[in-house]
Design a binder for this molecule. Structure first.
Ligand SMILES: Nc1ncnc2c1ncn2[C@@H]1O[C@H](COP(=O)(O)OP(=O)(O)OP(=O)(O)O)[C@@H](O)[C@H]1O
Length: 599
């Protein structure tokens, strides 16, 4: 490509005269004097091929630029639009892509008239949909990643999200597409010129030279093969350039480009401190078809308390937590009588800046928690720098302090590294440090150790515990692991099929004093070091109902050994059971009645 660029610049000076010089030696085949032979007017085809490099490369690059800029902008507009416009835009792009681009270009050229400018615009516009589709598809695949959710929580606007978090992470495939688009444009423009619709005499490009050379292909192939070889070589060079650019855009490459993260958060002190830090009352999360994925969930978290949220997969733990952070996936709607963290009301349109400050999130997969294209230091410090006006040095100092507190080794060095350079456990501890940097009142930790090696799980849990002790941040800890919950939490919430079925102090959980038959079965199915090793663990037979098929009565009734007719018909409500506990089970009412009648 470098050789081609040098040729594009220098060839008209070196070979310009020779390329236009007429002679009697017409239709000569390749020789020492004329490497690609001569044309019908005796002009040297090699000189003309060299001179044509400039026009060919300029038009191909022009069409690629039109396609890339127009297509990425179109894709970005579609992605930041609302769901309806996005759906419509994507379908429209699918239709445009199914239409052959050269046919589209031919129509444009036929309407606007032949010429290099028209063919550049036509080929560029015809390639736009490919860029638009790749941009929307890649943006959608990145949009679900945890670091994008964090940025959304921090109130980053869709455009800024796109520019700082989405585009850098999709640059690699886009750059590869740029190289493909260059090759496609080169081929298509050469095709248009070949048909007489591109470069117009007296100007000429490789396509036009190919067209004139083709007339004598069988008797004198050199004048056609020369420009053909030039087109092939330039196309290959375009592909190699794309590969090189893609490798340079990859942060795992040896010389990564430093880029900064943008974490838009604002810091403001809470006005008052009610007794319960978090209050959730009658929370429902609905799908667009009205199905309730989370149904009527209510609980409280006191300041500094660590509350565990357990339940089978699909029981609604994550949706409950994400409803609190206002980070539900698109298409899901929360609705609650009360939903607040501190004095921040989350039922309406909460102040994004306060939401960003008061809730920190630690996700399950540490490899998805940070933006992989940005250095850790930039990602950790930017919230402080942008919203607190803290200088780079001071922000770095605080971030290093946090990393040290979260037991991240060599914190200064980590600040200069990209996330992939840290081990999984180290990255998760850095995530904890990041979640704590703005001093949140509540940390939501969604299965923070599930993706980690068992040997580093304890370390990560200790970091969370240390954060709770040092800063007094309350923690909502979601986990499948009853052992983790019992070692970390003060209180436990048990969910089943989208409903809260029991709430109990962790001491009761450890002592096996659960009230609800589901919690008891869950505990019985948890292996212990002291249990019999030669007996199978008792399993809970059957499956929880799907949200759309949740029965009117108790959702656990079909699997419950105590179930009676009442359980199938009437939904049990959460009633106080023991000190600090509550359970939603009719069997508790029956035992209370039995106790009453006996006494
Ligand atoms: N974006 C979504 N659209 C539609 N349904 C969803 C969506 N996200 C989750 N669900 C459904 O909502 C229910 C609760 O999901 P949720 O992720 O809260 O469960 P969970 O208890 O956190 O499970 P896990 O432990 O596997 O993460 C499940 O039935 C799930 O299939």
């Amino acid at each position: 490509m470098a050789v081609l660029i040098v040729l594009a610049v220098a060839a008209p000076w070196i070979w310009g005269d020779e390329a236009d010089r007429l002679s009697q030696q017409v239709h000569r085949s390749a020789s020492g004097d004329h490497w690609f032979g001569t044309d019908a007017l005796g002009r040297d085809v090699f000189a003309r091929t060299m001179v044509a490099t400039r026009l060919t490369l300029m038009t191909s690059l022009g069409a690629t630029a039109v396609a890339a800029i127009g297509g990425i902008a179109l894709g970005a507009v579609i992605w930041v639009s609302g769901p309806r416009v996005r759906e419509l835009g994507q379908r429209l792009i699918d239709v445009l892509i199914s239409y052959p681009s050269v046919i589209f270009a031919l129509v444009v050229v036929a309407v606007l008239g032949p010429g290099p400018g028209t063919s550049v615009a036509a080929i560029g516009l015809a390639s736009c949909p490919a860029f638009a589709r790749l941009t929307t598809n890649l943006a959608a695949s990145i949009a679900g990643r945890d670091f994008v959710s964090t940025a959304r929580l921090l109130g980053v606007s869709p455009l800024r999200l796109l520019r700082r978090h989405i585009l850098p992470n999709i640059a690699e495939p886009l750059l590869v597409l740029v190289s493909v688009a260059f090759t496609v444009s080169l081929k298509a423009l050469s095709g248009l010129s070949f048909l007489g619709l591109g470069a117009q005499p007296p100007s000429y490009d490789w396509g036009r030279l190919l067209s004139t050379g083709l007339e004598g292909l069988y008797t004198n192939p050199a004048p056609a093969l020369g420009p053909a070889a030039a087109i092939v070589l330039a196309g290959l060079a375009g592909g190699l350039i794309g590969d090189g650019l893609a490798a340079a855009a990859n942060p795992a490459a040896p010389h990564p480009h430093g880029r900064r993260a943008t974490l838009d958060a604002a810091l403001s002190a809470p006005a008052s401190q009610p007794e319960a830090l978090v209050e959730v009352g009658g929370l429902n999360v609905r799908r667009s078809d009205g199905t309730r994925l989370v149904e009527d969930v209510s609980f409280q978290i006191r300041p500094g308390e660590i509350v565990g949220l357990v339940g089978e997969s699909g029981s609604g733990k994550s949706l409950t937590a994400m409803a609190l952070a206002r980070l539900l996936p698109e298409g899901l709607e929360p609705e609650a009588a009360t939903l607040r963290v501190d004095d921040l009301d989350l039922t309406g349109a909460p102040d994004r800046a306060r939401l960003a400050t008061e809730i920190g999130i630690v996700y399950q997969d540490p490899s998805a928690s940070f933006n992989p294209t940005l250095r850790l230091g930039g990602q950790l410090t930017e919230a402080l720098r942008v919203h607190k006006g803290i200088g780079r040095g001071e922000a770095s100092r605080r971030a290093i302090e946090r990393l040290t507190a979260a037991r991240v080794s060599l914190p200064e060095r980590r600040m200069r590294q990209h996330p992939h350079e840290l081990s999984g456990g180290m990255r998760q501890r850095a995530m904890i440090a990041s979640a704590l940097l703005t001093g949140p009142r509540l940390i939501i930790a969604d299965e923070p150790t599930t993706a980690l090696d068992v040997t580093v799980q304890a370390e990560v849990l200790r970091s969370l515990q240390a954060a709770n002790r040092a800063d007094g941040a309350a923690i909502l800890l979601i986990s499948h692991d009853v052992a983790v919950i019992s070692s970390m939490c003060d209180r436990v919430l048990v969910m089943y099929a989208g409903r809260l079925v029991e709430e109990l102090p962790v001491a009761d959980l450890r002592a096996g004093n659960a009230r609800h038959p589901y919690t008891r079965a869950l505990l019985a199915a948890t292996p212990t070091l002291h249990g019999p090793v030669d007996e199978p663990l008792p399993a809970i037979h059957g499956r929880p109902p799907l949200p759309a098929e949740r029965p009117a009565g108790c959702a656990y009734a079909p699997r419950c050994p105590l179930a009676r007719e009442q359980c199938r018909e009437e939904r049990p409500v959460l009633l106080k059971a023991g000190p600090g506990g509550a359970a939603a089970c009719h069997a508790l009412e029956w035992s209370a009645e039995t106790a009453g009648s006996t006494s």
